[in-house]
Design a protein around this ligand. Structure first.
Ligand SMILES: [Zn+2]
Length: 378
């Protein structure tokens, strides 16, 4: 939207239903978000990376870093694709790998050798566009002497079938021998597809064998009758992974025809963070996120949308409108609400103050309309 007084995303969030004022020195800009700490902060982070400095001890022990906050596959000039990093005592866990997430990860000052695990909520392209880049581009040491050590990846297994085409008619099918590959299949296919580059680098550089630094896990869904035809039956959260820093639980969420689609909750010694993934309304997210410290939730705005009503209805069955996301945070009794995977069918860039007011409806605690590279603490 042109002519809007668009100011950088408020990095403090808002409190108690009062819209925070624009930050001092706010200038008329067209969508570019200022980086945390400005240019000095950027240079300091780069210097830290070059020196191989140990994690900053002044950092909080639990920190959420929004790497990218845009919804959907199309390339957007204002926001990078959906991805988040959770840093727990210097160890990093990434949730979803949308467009540019590897670049954002480094830009945020996070070290690749701190990356322990990647969690994929579902296999839509806007959640995995940069996934294999984490493996392919980060297995070679960079100028900071920093590379991935070993990582575990957790994500959907094979869906097992495809739903009929929305609106009727026939749709083409790619890869008919395995039309619903899971995260293990996807990873193996990428490894094979990039074999030439990898084989050359294995002989010509210090690249590490991507097969040896990754352990891929197709998440096994408990027996609750779930399938691609019954994507999110009523179920209890189940444990996906536990190590010395985090316990990760998941639940199936309804996201149109997508199966499986997960929401994840991370419990740590310093608090909990729950990621909704992509979902429409259900009891699943409030159940998983009960009393969580931070609820990171997707949101879309359809207000003012003039397109086909059937498409709007279709979007409502896959996603959550920003005007109703506050109800979900309230039902979960979440300590604060952070919006990501932001979709607005009538504004770009989004009117942040308006989005903040919409998200606050039905919820009386802190709300943050997330911006790329924004850092949030409990
Ligand atoms: Zn999706």
């Amino acid at each position: 939207m042109r002519g809007l007084w668009f100011y950088p995303v408020d990095r403090r969030g808002g409190e108690g239903g009062v819209l925070p004022p624009p930050p001092a020195g706010c200038r008329r800009r067209r969508g570019r978000l200022r980086r945390p700490g400005g240019r000095d902060g950027l240079l300091r982070r780069r210097a830290d990376r070059r020196s191989g400095a140990a994690p900053d001890q002044s950092r909080p022990p639990l920190e959420l870093v929004l790497l990218g906050t845009f919804s959907g596959p199309p390339v957007d000039p204002y926001r990078k694709g959906t991805a988040s990093a959770l840093v727990v005592d210097g160890s990093t866990y990434v949730v979803d790998c949308g467009r540019s997430s590897v670049t954002q990860y480094v830009e945020a000052g996070l070290r690749l050798d701190s990356l322990r695990s990647i969690f994929i909520t579902h296999l839509h392209s806007d959640h995995v566009a940069d996934y294999y880049n984490f493996i392919m581009l980060s297995a070679l040491p960079n100028l900071s002497g920093d590379a991935i050590k070993t990582i575990d990846v957790y994500g959907p297994g094979r869906a097992g079938g495809l739903s009929p085409k929305f609106g009727g008619g026939q749709a083409g099918t790619v890869n008919t021998t395995n039309p619903t590959p899971g995260i293990t299949d996807l990873t193996n296919s990428c490894t094979d597809a990039f074999a030439y580059s990898t084989n050359v680098f294995l002989r010509d550089t210090g690249m590490r064998d991507p097969r040896r630094i990754t352990t891929i896990h197709d998440i096994v869904v408990p027996e609750v009758g779930a399938s691609y035809q019954n994507t999110a039956p009523d179920m209890a959260p189940f444990v996906v992974m536990q190590d010395d820093k985090v316990k990760v639980t998941a639940i199936l969420v309804p996201h149109g025809p997508v199966f499986p689609a997960f929401a994840y909750r991370f419990d740590t010694a310093y608090g909990s963070v729950t990621f909704s993934g992509d979902t429409t309304y259900s009891t699943a997210v409030p159940r998983l996120a009960a009393n969580t410290d931070i609820l990171v939730h997707e949101a879309e705005n359809l207000e003012g949308y003039q397109g086909p009503p059937a498409l709007a209805d279709h979007l409502r069955k896959s996603h959550t409108e920003v005007q109703r996301v506050g109800e979900i945070a309230h039902a979960a009794n979440a300590g604060q609400l952070v919006l990501t995977h932001i979709a607005d069918l009538t504004h770009n860039p989004i009117p942040v103050p308006q989005w903040w007011r919409w998200a606050q409806q039905g919820y009386g605690r802190r709300v943050t309309v997330g911006g790329d590279l924004q850092r949030i603490t409990v």
